[in-house]
Structure formats: C-alpha cells, structure tokens
Design a protein around this ligand. Structure first.
Ligand SMILES: *Cc1c(COP(=O)(O)O)cnc(C)c1O
Length: 476
C-alpha cells in the first residue's frame, strides 16, 4: 500500500519528518527567531499531527513534507496568530466621529504626549512645587475652567461614567427631574432611566415626548428632589409641535428652590462651531453661563480628544463628586490625561484650531480638496474593482456622528460603486465590500440604495499614496 502511494508521489505516515529534525532545519530558523521555540514547537506539532492524519487517510503529496514547506506553513500560521486584532482602517463611512471606528483621532501633540507618558515616569500624582502628593485632576482642571468659565472640573473614564458619578454623588435615594423628551438611549447601553437606577436616583419624568413646559418642572419639585437635569438629544430630533425649556429657565427654576441644575451635554464643544461653517451647538461655556451648576460631556466626540468624561461646574458640587468612592473606580489613567492636556491647550489658540485639531480639520475639510481627490481615486478603484463594477465620483453628505448634531449634514464628495452587470446587485456589492474590508488596511464604506459609497472626507491627502498603493492590483 505504502509503496503504491509513494509511487503516485504520495507519502506515508512513516515518511513524516521528526519534530527534532525540523527544529534543526535551516528553513525553520526565521520562524524560531521571530516567534520563539515555544510557539514554533506547538505550531510544528499541530502541522505534523495534521499531516499524519492525512497520511493515514490516504496520503499526502511528498513535497508537503519538505522542511521548507513545513516552515512556510508554520510561519504563516504563527504570523496570522500574531497579527494585531486592533488595526488601523480607512474610515470612508462618511461619519467622522464613528463610535465603532474609535471616534476622535488625536492630534500629533497628543500622540507625542502619550508616548512620553508611556515610556517615562511622570508627575501624575506628584506636586513638583512642594514635593508632596498631588491630585491627577490638577493636571487639567485649570485648563478646563479657563476654557469653560466653570469654577472647578474633574475627569472620569467617559461621559456615561460622568453622568453615573454625578447622579450617585448628588442624588442617591433622591429624585431627579427630567423631561420625557430627553430620555435618550445612546448606542444601546447608555439609557438615562437605567443609569439613573444604577446611580441610586429616582427618575421623575415630566412633560410629554414632544412638549415640556416650565410648569411641568415646577410641579414635580418636592421634598425629595435632588436636582433638575437636562439631557442633550444627541441622536434624534424632536420636530413639529414641540416645546422644551432651555437651560437658563430650568436653572432659574432650580435655583429658586435651592436646587442645582445639571446638564448632560453629550458631545460638548468648547468653541462656537458656526465660525467654522458648522452647525450651531451650545458650547460648554454657554451652558455654564446660562446657569447650569454642573455640565458633563465626552472627551472623544466634538472635543476631539481621548475617551473621557468631563465634569465642570460649581466648586462645592465638584468637591462632593471627587469625594464619592465611585470617582476612584471611574478615574482616568495617565494616558488619558497625557492625551487630554495638549488637546485642551489647542483650544487656547482658536485661530489654529481648524488646522491642528484633527476632528475639526476633518469636519471642515474643504470641497476643493475632497472633490479632486475623488476624481483622482475614481480610476484607481475602477481598476481594482474590475469591469463588473461602475465607479463614479459623486457629491454626497457626511455626518458628524457620535451623537453630535444628529440631523445636520456636511456636503462632501466620494465614490459610488454600482454593479455593472445584469441582475440583482446585492451579492456583488457585498462581495466588493468584503474585499475592501479584507485589505491590509481595511477600507470601510457603506452600502445603501444599491451602491457602495466611499466618502473621502476622512482620507486626508497625506494618506492618499498608501491608500492608492494597496489598490494597485485588481482585488481578488
Ligand atoms: C455620547 C453621550 C453619552 C455617552 O458618552 P460616552 O463618552 O460615550 O460615555 C451620554 N450622554 C449623551 C447625551 C451623549 O450624547
């Protein structure tokens, strides 16, 4: 039997080389140098076991037993296993602050600062003036106060944590009055009623979905009321026959009864975005000036920094929040602070902001840059996609994303890919979408209306050469 197989170019189980012989083979040297003996031995065992099984089942082509062939398979398996799971992608979805793609991109200053904090000791909780113990919030609280007009500030892991902490510190076993029009759910897991419950506070809903009046807040205030709270409708808009009570009026009502008014601003911008041609969004400073006693917002939405939750407002309330044990559990690490400080610094020079703050640079990227880029890349993608697809450079609309300004759209330009053959396009578009997603740097677009849309707003000119290079060959 074995003779017969060898005659046909097939090897038997007894022909399989030993583990020791392979480990000493020249061909395995690179794998050993890259991955180390432990992993190479384990991978070789798996490979030899598979060969043995196939040999017993009927035979293995002889050339698959060569040390070079075994080494190639082993290296490929180990390289694949060692490939980073968190990878860079091209965000061509048209949503600039895409939660699933990591939201804001950090400016160079922040990246350099994180690198320093990663590789050298730093004064995270060490007062360089006195030599005594410091507070990590001291690193950024005066900057935050300067930029928002607030008396005091603190930082936690994200805005959800900021809201949870604020509610637990100021409203444990007491009532929080919120309009029914503002009971938001953000990305599935953050829902105002649930976070309220977890914080130990009792939600008192007032008004209706579309209309809430000052009297609704007023009538809900009782002996157990801890605060009046407003929540930014980050990912939806109530339009038509509507009425809501602004921050100034809610604050006035709260203050008349000796209560704080708090605002979950969601995205929370530090500058007036209309100066950059973007839609109006209340700034943190305006919200504080309108009378809010505490404002919470995200670090990685419009602010353009790292994931973080910022709380700014009255000094006595911030003090109380910082004493709450949850603060310790939700605190930020040094990398967050290292990234946040340079981002906040950029806001001190608003005239440079649109160039230096990556998020704002992307949001304000001019059509005169995006449109010619689309014309340049049309042919590149058409060649890569092959004759089954028609690629056009077309105008489209980007979104800010991440619950910022949900309905406003930014004019943009990009590529629309349609199936050029006859029949239903769905399967073919899915195939192309998958091929682009499997590139070394995955290209993420979106399929809608029988086309694959690639919005080029977030492909900055400095990334274009690398983008083009990986589309040089037709997609397989
Ligand atoms: C985004 C958002 C949150 C959650 O913020 P994270 O930083 O993602 O935790 C909470 N409230 C509102 C209104 C939001 O828009």
């Amino acid at each position: 039997m074995a003779d017969q197989l060898s005659g046909a170019g097939l090897a038997a189980a007894s022909d399989i080389p030993s583990l020791d012989r392979l480990l000493n083979a020249e061909a395995l040297r690179p794998a050993l140098a890259t991955h180390g003996r432990t992993q190479v031995v384990a991978a070789l065992r798996r490979d030899l076991e598979a060969l043995r099984k196939r040999a017993l089942d009927g035979g293995v082509p002889r050339h698959e037993l060569d040390a070079a062939a075994v080494a190639a398979r082993t290296s490929a398996a180990l390289d694949e296993a060692a490939r980073p799971r968190l990878r860079a992608v091209y965000n061509l979805t048209g949503t600039v602050l895409h939660t699933n793609l990591g939201r804001a991109l950090l400016p160079d200053e922040a990246v350099a600062s994180v690198l320093r904090a990663l590789t050298s000791p730093a004064n995270l909780e060490f007062d360089l003036d006195t030599g005594g113990r410091g507070d990590r919030d001291d690193l950024i609280d005066d900057l935050l106060c300067e930029l928002t007009g607030a008396e005091a500030a603190t930082v936690v892991n994200n805005n959800a944590a900021a809201v949870l902490l604020m509610l637990n510190a100021l409203a444990d076993r007491r009532e929080v009055v919120v309009s029914r029009g503002e009971l938001v759910e953000i990305g599935g897991a953050f829902r105002i009623p649930d976070i309220m419950k977890r914080a130990g506070a009792k939600l008192v809903e007032v008004g209706t979905t579309n209309r809430t009046h000052a009297a609704d807040y007023e009538n809900a205030i009782g002996p157990r009321t801890a605060m009046l709270m407003k929540v930014h409708c980050s990912n939806y808009a109530v339009t038509g026959f509507t009425k809501s009570v602004g921050v100034a009026d809610v604050a006035a009502l709260a203050h008349a009864r000796g209560l704080p008014a708090t605002v979950d601003l969601g995205s929370g911008t530090l500058v007036d975005l209309t100066q950059f041609g973007l839609p109006k969004e209340d700034t943190v400073r305006e919200t504080i000036a309108a009378g809010a006693d505490l404002v919470t917002f995200s670090g990685d939405k419009l602010l353009g920094g790292p994931q973080a939750g910022l709380l700014v407002g009255r000094a006595d309330l911030i003090r109380k929040i910082k004493k709450n044990p949850l603060k310790r559990a939700l605190r930020v690490g040094k990398l967050t602070l290292a990234a946040l400080e340079p981002v906040l610094q950029l806001y001190r020079a608003p005239e440079f902001l649109a160039q230096r703050l990556t998020t704002l640079r992307l949001l304000t990227r001019p059509m005169r840059d995006i449109q010619p880029q689309a014309e340049r890349l049309r042919g590149v993608l058409a060649h890569a996609a092959g004759p089954s697809y028609a690629v056009e450079a077309v105008p489209m609309f980007s979104q800010i994303g991440s619950g910022a300004l949900p309905i406003d759209q930014l004019p943009s330009y990009g590529l629309a890919v349609r199936y050029a053959g006859s029949g239903r396009p769905g399967r073919h578009l899915d195939r192309l979408e998958t091929q682009l997603r499997r590139l070394p740097v995955p290209v993420i677009g979106r399929i809608a209306d029988d086309a694959l849309w690639l919005d080029l707003r977030c492909l900055e000119d400095r990334d274009e050469a690398a983008f083009t290079a990986q589309l040089a060959e037709p997609l397989a």
